[in-house]
Design a binder for this molecule. Sequence first.
Ligand SMILES: Nc1ncnc2c1ncn2[C@@H]1O[C@H](COP(=O)(O)OP(=O)(O)OP(=O)(O)O)[C@@H](O)[C@H]1O
Length: 448
Amino acid sequence: MDSDAQEEIASEPGRIVTLRPGQEFRFENDFSENGIVTLKLKSGHAEIFGTELASDPTYAFSGRKVAVYTWHGCTLEVRGKPTVDYIAEEAPMQSYLNVHLALEQLRTAAAEKGDAGPKVMIVGPEDVGKTSLCKILLNYAVKQGNKPIFVDIDPNEGSVSLPGTLSATAISRPIDVEEEFSASSATTGTSPLVYYYGYASALEKPKLYHALVERLAGVVNKKLDQVDVRSSGCIINTPRQFVDVDGYETLTHAIDQFGVNAILVLGHERLYSELTKRFPNGSGISIIKLAKSGGVVTRDKTYRKQLQMHKIKEYFYGTLKGELSPYSSLVSFTDVAVRMVGEGTLAPSSALPLGSERLLQETRLVKVEPGDILLHSILAVSNAPLPDTQTNLTPEQESSLVLGTNLAGFVYVSEVEEEKKKMTVLAPNPGRLPRRFLVMASLKWMED
Ligand SMILES: Nc1ncnc2c1ncn2[C@@H]1O[C@H](COP(=O)(O)OP(=O)(O)OP(=O)(O)O)[C@@H](O)[C@H]1O
């Protein structure tokens, strides 16, 4: 623990919370320095979304909604002032464990035959615990020596990256209870494969979404051909729009692309019934209905926005546990090509940025003349290099190259000098920004 606020909390008397087997201690706190809550395991065993707590460290949390579950009983020491905290008698952990055990049998059978392990998709409406269930199943799988791939095709939150992205990450160690899937790879040691979609909803630009899902599934399926990960399979987190009638086509497309063979439906009877009709016994896809945990918290718009801003800050400055010092550099407008993923999320078409053409197709990027419009924007840095001056790409070729190439990361535009045709960007890594395509969407941020 290194901040003053954390030291102050450490000097406060702790509160002892004793849990009996099967109980869950749930708490929430805000993002303020005074809101930090710390936790220490004094005795017994406890886990947070499937990651076991060790007895030595003091874990610190900020702006989180946490469940500490115990299978065999434990004692915790809690410091700080959560906004909400209580002990729950019931949690659906036994049914989640049963799913894990069934998946583990499939993995063992797959390993014996040299086959691919289970490809599991988790579907359900907003705030039903999909991401939390992904964490639990990934952690339990890792604990048994597997290396599952976590695929996140919910662009709303961007769990392992920033919002607007679709990603895949190989998970080989338990997810950090404090940092979760931090977007800052320097602290987690993971380097996810990330594609940029640029919208919060999967249904906003379905054609583009389908194209990116196809691309991501292609890479994940190829990765799952490798012997060391083949039997571990993958766990796929999905957007809430998949439960809408309008979302079925997109859902079915994703199921096909990844070759999903198990779908876990969380807290949604209608979708469960629809899926059992579409994929009856013998279809090769098992549909399993699971109850939502009573602990899952509904996150309002304000909290989600705060979470988004917090994630961006973490990307550049690191977490409570692992701070980063971002690097500023001056970039000439001539060294980058800025493109925009359509006009949808930013503003009505009448307010399109100066210099951008009208969007012709969903999968076509719009050219943006660098200038004040970029100020405070978060820009995705594509791994696609700028073509040399002799190569002339058509707009379609260029869009397909940029959207089909994964991301190197993100930069933040902190200053724009229009007359000098330069801008200052903040990046988590040192060094010059390579000559790359930069993709802009609606993400804006103000350093505080
Ligand atoms: N048992 C629990 N006790 C307390 N908080 C919980 C519990 N399970 C989940 N949460 C919290 O509830 C919130 C919503 O959970 P989660 O992110 O898993 O839902 P989701 O279905 O993935 O949401 P989204 O609609 O964004 O896809 C999160 O902040 C999570 O930490």
